[in-house]
Design a protein around this ligand. Structure first.
Ligand code: FRU
Length: 480
């Protein structure tokens, strides 16, 4: 156990070799989830961007498909999206099967938008002959396309520096400007990138439109806990313009390592889910994290929900998709209500890839601490009821020389209701994702323990009956 551990996650998507950043072109078609990602095949730092592809039928077992869209004389291949062109509006369909169309940023002297398409269920991709299809001077990137059925037209949201722009089209080739969202709205300390726009039903049946905007913050004080982070807006879209209604700034993740996330296109109506995945990293130190042959990972795929807070404002919830149950292995349960839990020399914990599901009762305790550790290192989660703050301390989690931000406590405001706090925690070799109260708040952080963790301990402020049951579940390796 003194060997240097591998940091490669068991059940989070990583590049076989080379560098990974943003998730791109996520589309569901004929039983397959497609994902592409920003990829530099020749180095483990950011460089000439390619789209590398992976396919899964369950969002966990990913089969690498290699590089599908490569740089050319127009530029390298920045972020973008993909859709199924069900009605062949583009005219790119050649056979009986629907054509998949990807729209991405070609980054050369200018950032311009281009198309590629596939007539064989995503196996091979051809670039459109007359690329680019949309150009403008300045920051102009990361087009996310969807079909707006009320008006039978395509909509694209695209980041333009300090604002998001909305364009429409009947065929994805000719685009018309519709409206600006921003500048000066929400969190503005950094360049706006990687937008998404989609409808989402709340638990009370109301439908709202969500605009996701990543912000490439550049300081230790930007974003939510430093560096880059992803905000979202709740509001309405009328086919031309998005208007937001939220007063406070809402974040997709209140941790530190979740950026450039967007959602899958074309998940069938009968499924009805909206699934999000983000790049589990932070631009502030992404090029510095421990790595030898590959660098970068995605978050766990998360299902979005919509709820109202106590001020009657809508906010999104994020929960691991249910397919996670399908990759669960061994399971241990602790049922009694107890004040303290000590699990030592535990095989599931030693595997480094597991889930903890527990319910904390703070009626008789003003705080609790949950520690995952070995004799030298620990990750410490804490909830303080009086301050209403949830925190992750990774300052003793192993290799923290990566960056200053590894020794700074990650904090998230959270006011508890009814003293009961359901928690779901995912560990996967080099990451921790904490889902508070069924995804009402999520905190994601990278960790680089040098030795395997062995133990888990939960304690409170000294009251009684803190822990109302706990389940420890190992999660299998999904990459062969
Ligand atoms: C976001 C981003 C995008 C861009 C891509 C380049 O992380 O900066 O705006 O398309 O990365 O790799």
């Amino acid at each position: 156990n003194l060997e240097v551990r591998s940091t490669r996650p068991f059940y989070h998507l990583t590049p076989p070799t080379g560098w990974m950043n943003d998730p791109n072109g996520m589309v569901f078609f004929k039983g397959e989830y497609h994902i592409f990602y920003q990829h530099n095949p020749d180095d483990i730092v950011w460089g000439p961007m390619h789209w590398r592809h992976a396919i899964s039928s369950d969002l966990f077992h990913w089969k690498d498909q290699g590089i599908k869209i490569e740089p050319d004389e127009i530029g390298t291949i920045f972020s973008g999206s993909a859709v199924v062109d069900w009605q062949n509006t583009s005219g790119f369909q050649t056979g009986d099967e629907e054509v998949l169309v990807a729209m991405f940023t070609h980054a050369g002297n200018l950032q311009v938008q281009s198309l590629a398409y596939s007539n064989d269920r995503g196996r091979t991709w051809e670039k459109y002959d007359n690329n680019p299809v949309l150009s403008k001077v300045g920051d102009f990137r990361d087009p996310k396309v969807f079909f707006y059925s009320p008006e039978q037209k395509w909509i694209q949201v695209i980041a333009a520096g300090d604002r998001i722009q909305i364009y429409s089209s009947l065929n994805m080739v000719d685009w018309v400007f519709e409206s600006d969202f921003g500048p000066g709205i929400g969190y503005t300390n950094g360049v706006w990138e990687c937008p998404d726009l989609f409808p989402l039903k709340s638990e009370d049946g109301t439908e709202k439109w969500i605009m996701i905007v990543s912000v490439g913050g550049t300081s230790e004080y930007s974003g939510v806990n430093g560096g880059s982070a992803t905000q979202y807006f709740v509001g309405d879209f009328d086919g031309n313009k998005f208007t937001h209604e939220n007063d406070e700034i809402l974040w997709a993740d209140y941790g530190i390592d979740n950026y450039a996330g967007i959602t899958w296109s074309d998940i069938p109506n009968e499924d009805g889910r909206r699934i999000f995945i983000g790049w589990m990293n932070n631009w502030h130190y992404a090029g510095l994290i421990p790595a030898t042959e590959w660098r970068g990972a995605m978050t766990v795929p998360r299902q979005l929900g919509l709820k109202k807070n106590s001020d009657n404002e809508y906010f999104m919830t994020f929960e691991p998709v249910e397919e996670l149950l399908g990759v669960a292995g061994k399971n241990e349960t602790y049922n009694e209500a107890v004040q303290e839990i000590n699990i030592e020399d535990n095989e599931i914990i030693q595997s480094g890839s597991f889930k903890i599901k527990t319910q904390i009762n703070l009626s008789n305790n003003s705080f609790f601490e949950l520690k995952i550790y070995n004799s030298r290192e620990e990750v410490l989660l804490k909830y303080d009821k009086n301050q209403a703050v949830f925190s992750i301390d990774r300052s003793f989690s192993g290799n923290t020389h990566v960056h200053n931000l590894f020794v700074k406590t990650i904090k998230c405001d959270y006011a508890i209701k009814d003293n009961i706090l359901p928690l779901e925690i995912l560990l996967d070799q080099s990451s921790i994702e904490v889902f508070v109260n069924n995804g009402e708040k999520v905190m994601t952080a990278l960790i680089f323990p040098r030795y395997e963790f062995n133990d888990l301990k939960i304690t409170g402020s000294g009251g009684s009956e803190l822990i109302q049951g706990l389940e420890l579940v190992s999660i299998k390796k999904t990459v062969d």
